[in-house]
Design a protein around this ligand. Sequence first.
Ligand SMILES: NC(=O)c1ccc[n+]([C@@H]2O[C@H](COP(=O)([O-])OP(=O)(O)OC[C@H]3O[C@@H](n4cnc5c(N)ncnc54)[C@H](OP(=O)(O)O)[C@@H]3O)[C@@H](O)[C@H]2O)c1
Length: 338
Amino acid sequence: MPPTHRVAFLGAGTVGAAAIRRLQNVPGLALSAALVRDLDVPRDLGTRPPRLTTDADAAIAGADVVVDVMGGVEVATELMARAAASGARLVSANKAALAERWDVWGPLVRAGRVGFEAAVMAGTPVVGPLAGALRGSSPIALHALLNGTCAYLIERLEAGTAFDVALAEAQRLGYAEADPALDVDGVDAAHKLTLLARMCALPELAWDEVRRDVRGVRGLGPALVADIAARGARVRLVASLWSDGARWRVAVRPVALPADHALVLARSGKNALLYRGDAVGEVVISGPGAGAEATASGVVADVLDAVAGRPGPVPPERSVPAPAEASAADDFEPIEVA
Ligand SMILES: NC(=O)c1ccc[n+]([C@@H]2O[C@H](COP(=O)([O-])OP(=O)(O)OC[C@H]3O[C@@H](n4cnc5c(N)ncnc54)[C@H](OP(=O)(O)O)[C@@H]3O)[C@@H](O)[C@H]2O)c1
């Protein structure tokens, strides 16, 4: 009999429940426990659910792999660090914790002990390629659409809807959080950009450095979006890493892009990453950036890697120098909002 790997979950909500349903019939896996806040919440965990518990220590005890699908920063980081200290491999969809507590996560990621594909663009592979196939090039720039809620809001503004009305719609449809600030103010995109930039060029990039230049879509209105469209451009919230003349810059901001730009052509509702490398040229990866099943897909892939003993994605050993020449194609036109 092959060994049974015990997999524990911190969280069994939207993403956790979907990952549990997908993993429960994988041979060689035992879903040992799932930490939740409320044992009485109805949830669909399939036919072989893990034991639910509100006791964090009991949840992670004896687990070979611990999966963070609980969200938040401090509690999740503390529990995952404890799981790592007891020898578990880690899987996380939690971009906020990974971005903000690199002091704890950095050493674990560098040791190849953390899978976090689902933390950026859900199940659409971007972390793996940046840590793998794209390492054959030196990065020149990376630009990405990383927040579906902002994409939806911009689409509604393009259709002439007022910002507050569009936001209320997004909340009613379950796209935006009840407190939409993380999405609308660009913080969620900045968390994801931090992870991408670390994997691409700046392994020690601090969250405080990224958050300095973060703007979201609040304040955009249909008139401004229509003006920009009238001159053949389109508004997008873009998270960018680019060279400003031998110095890397990172920012999240609404920009006006030419209507035929690769990030504009990404299908409606999808996230997209445009990577430019010196040897490979331009690579565009586009796909779902959220949703229970799409995110669970990334989590499941990381769990399978962990139990197979394959190392997680590691950042470059040291910072990659920024190209001396700023590239004209990265000279986006940021939109200033009053
Ligand atoms: N939803 C997406 O599309 C998506 C996409 C990419 C990444 N993510 C990331 O995936 C993670 C989970 O997101 P989600 O949408 O699945 O969230 P969610 O539906 O709110 O689920 C969170 C789960 O964690 C549990 N939990 C939260 N805080 C806890 C605490 N202090 N103690 C014990 N249990 C706690 C909750 O318990 P109860 O069920 O009892 O409340 C719930 O089961 C987040 O980091 C999020 O950023 C989500």
